[in-house]
Write a protein that binds this ligand. Structure first.
Ligand code: K1U
Ligand code: ZN
Length: 177
């Protein structure tokens, strides 16, 4: 397994629509294993393929005891509303309050190629919506008001100098920056 570099805001891949997965291959299983290792190293609760430079419609989530690989996920039901202060592993140290559905049901395929339905409330619901947004080229900052987005972008302008290569390289065993 490997810790993959995470692309940061400014990389056009983060703004592109992903491509549906047509076949679960060994290469895809290795990608998913590497994504879990990368997410753990970054102390995240989710990760989407574009964040590691890939264009497949695929993401992972790990909230408390619940851990899922979601291939070609679609939200099929949503209810309620919740405000959560979100961050993003691709926009380190920038945060913003986002309003989302407090419950979602997601239909996806798992790594065995089986159709699954995953329900999530509160943080799991927020996380799945954040990750599925990534697969549609959308970021949490796009949900902010004009003023709040401008503030977030100003904060990112200061932060991004830490990533001159456009990549966030995580070192095993070191605390994620
Ligand atoms: O996709 C990503 O960038 C991962 C991101 C997802 C996310 C963050 C906040 C709310 C919803 C979804 C993260 O995992 S950032 C880490 C983080 O913010 C966090 C860590 C532990 C508990 C709660 C949030
Ligand atoms: Zn994110």
């Amino acid at each position: 397994m490997a810790i993959l570099p995470i692309v940061v805001l400014g990389d056009p891949l983060l703004r592109k629509e992903t491509k549906p997965v047509t076949e679960v291959t060994d290469e895809l299983r290795t990608l998913v294993a590497d994504m879990f290792e990368t997410m753990r190293a970054a102390e995240g609760i989710g990760l989407a393929a574009p964040q590691v430079g890939r264009s497949e419609r695929l993401c992972i989530v790990h909230v408390e005891d619940a851990m899922y690989t979601l291939i070609n996920p679609e939200i099929i039901a949503r209810e309620g509303s919740i405000k959560w202060e979100e961050g993003c592993l691709s926009i380190p140290d920038v945060f913003g309050w986002v309003e989302r559905a407090s419950y979602v049901k997601v239909r996806a395929m798992d790594l065995e190629g089986k159709e699954i339905e995953v329900e999530g409330r509160e943080l799991m619901a927020v996380c799945m919506q954040h990750e599925i947004d990534h697969l549609d080229g959308k970021l949490f900052i796009d949900h902010l008001s004009f003023l709040k987005k401008r503030q977030a972008m100003a904060a990112w302008e200061k932060e991004k100098v830490k990533y001159p290569s456009g990549l966030r390289i995580l070192v095993p065993g070191e605390k994620a920056e």
